[in-house]
Ligand binder design. Structure first.
Ligand SMILES: [Zn+2]
Ligand SMILES: [Zn+2]
Length: 263
């Protein structure tokens, strides 16, 4: 059904928070009808993180090599999702320079040193307005794009996932309160040739917009962006290509094309 499209962001059992076997992902990709997928398991650089040290490059790469060699009908590529933190940039650079990946997504999962889920729970508990406290999150996204380490910016506007009011935080909300910073991030993506990921994982948890929300994607279009990459951030085999039909239609309605980013 979506043979022309890939899923650029898929986790497997090489991620600390997924149990998907590669064979199951292949089966699911055939079932939903995508042209293939990029394995983007989590690589963490903060020793205090639960996933730190979990990803083993050699094992993951060997397993990818084997599965792709017996799956000629699908394009399966080997990537990573890096948790970007400003203070870890040197370690991340060294890591990426000494290893081969087809596609690397830079994602911000922290506000300062704190994981976004913990941060959001804490600020909402203390009734700190979300309008005021997420500047450092978008600053970190800008730093990720400008670092020149990544092929794509992952799930921009991710904090909405962990808010009690989640789906109310639409692209319009983020643009209203963080528009200046978001414009900087999106402009940097265009200047640096970093792909903007449209991540449909939101649709599995009750949202009606991807990451980032539609208003941010409209801004991207206005600033000259013409194409995005599409992903589901699948943590289970059945999550592959979540809401692809609806999102492909809406992107097209908004004048945005979808590119496949790996050869
Ligand atoms: Zn992520
Ligand atoms: Zn992910």
């Amino acid at each position: 059904m979506y043979e022309a499209f890939l899923d650029h962001h898929v986790h497997s059992h090489h991620s600390f928070d997924s149990e998907s076997l590669l064979e199951e992902l292949v089966e699911s990709a055939r079932r939903v009808g995508v042209g293939g997928f990029v394995l983007t398991d989590h690589v963490e650089f903060d020793p205090s993180e639960i996933g730190f040290g979990y990803f083993q490059y050699d094992k993951a790469r060997a397993e990818w090599d084997e599965i792709q060699s017996i799956t000629p009908d699908l394009k399966i590529r080997f990537g990573a999702e890096i948790s970007h933190q400003k203070e870890r940039v040197d370690a991340i650079r060294d890591y990426l320079r000494s290893r081969r990946f087809h596609y690397v997504i830079g994602s911000v999962h922290h506000v300062g040193r704190e994981e976004i889920s913990d941060f959001m729970a804490r600020v909402e508990e203390r009734k700190v307005p979300i309008e005021e406290c997420l500047g450092p999150y978008f600053d970190a996204c800008l730093d990720a794009v400008k670092s020149n380490l990544y092929d794509a910016m992952g799930h921009l506007d991710f904090p909405k996932r962990y808010s009690r009011k989640g789906p109310k935080y639409t692209g319009d909300f983020w643009m209203k309160h963080y528009g200046k910073k978001i414009k900087e991030v999106v402009t940097a993506c265009l200047d640096m040739g970093v792909h903007l990921e449209v991540n449909t994982a939101t649709f599995r948890v009750g949202f009606t917009e991807p990451y980032p929300g539609w208003a941010i994607l409209d801004l991207y279009r206005q600033l000259g962006g013409r194409q995005v990459i599409l992903s589901s951030d699948a943590h289970r085999p059945e999550d592959l290509a979540t809401a692809y039909g609806a999102v492909i239609r809406e992107l097209s309605r908004r004048g945005l094309g979808i590119r496949n980013a790996v050869a």
